[in-house]
Write a protein that binds this ligand. Structure first.
Ligand code: HEC
Length: 207
């Protein structure tokens, strides 16, 4: 019986040669088809991985060619939510060094890290919006880049918030009047949200 199985097995293996013996590439193994013998070939020049086609280069670089731009990319709308998003992300990623004020006196700096320039220096007030996006994307001198941690949209939101910070330190009296006029509207907008948060808690108490 055992012998029969062995013979059968041997015969069957003999039959299973169909596509095993044929010229093929085995990944990372030498192959003499190409002059350099590498079986792994480079992608065709201009190959773009799925989801990696960055057509709107300004959105991803903050630059037109090599020149930094001073406006938001076409796909981003300037509104209150954008500024609030920027404030939140700035609070998470930038304040440890730049501080909430943006004067460069964050906690890490107080513990000995190189002090960044203040965002309220004339040079940075005059810097184009794209500069802040670019620094967050690529780092600057002693500062590491935040491209891996912060998505491009949020880097733009942060850049916009830095502009708001700069304005806050150089506010004119006319800005206060404008802010007062906007304040009641902002309050009424927030009230229903607060109430809807409290509502379920009260109902829960009754059950
Ligand atoms: C770990 C500390 C640290 C963090 C966090 C940090 N920075 Fe910086 N940043 C620095 C330092 C230090 C410099 C000065 C670098 C130098 O001149 O070598 C700097 C410089 C800058 C500058 C000025 C560049 C110039 O033109 O002089 C900008 C703009 C800036 N940072 C933006 C940001 C933004 C936006 C974030 C958050 C996404 C951030 N930084 C987070 C440390 C930090």
């Amino acid at each position: 019986m055992t012998a029969a199985v062995l013979v059968c097995g041997a015969v069957m293996t003999g039959c299973r040669q169909d596509m095993h013996n044929q010229p093929k590439f085995i990944p990372l193994r030498a192959n003499d088809f190409y002059a350099d013998q590498r079986s792994n070939r480079d992608p065709v020049p201009g190959t773009v991985a799925r989801g990696q086609l960055k057509e709107d280069s300004y959105f991803y670089t903050g630059k037109h060619g090599v020149i930094l731009g001073n406006e938001l990319p076409a796909g981003i709308t300037f509104n209150r939510d954008l500024v609030l998003r920027g404030q939140q992300r700035f609070g998470i990623y930038c304040t440890p060094c730049h501080s909430e004020l943006g004067d460069g006196n964050g906690m890490i700096v107080q513990r000995g890290y190189k002090k960044p320039p203040s965002f309220h220096d004339e040079r940075l007030i005059d810097a184009p919006l794209g500069h802040f996006f670019d620094v967050a994307s690529n780092g600057f001198g002693a500062m590491p880049d935040y491209a891996a941690q912060i998505k491009p949209y949020d880097r733009w939101a942060i850049a916009v918030y830095i502009r708001a910070l700069q304005r806050s330190q150089h506010a004119k009296e006319s800005d206060l009047v404008a802010a007062e006029a906007a304040a009641p509207a902002a309050e009424t907008k927030e009230k229903p949200e607060t109430m809807s948060h409290q509502q379920p808690a009260r109902e829960g108490g009754k059950q």
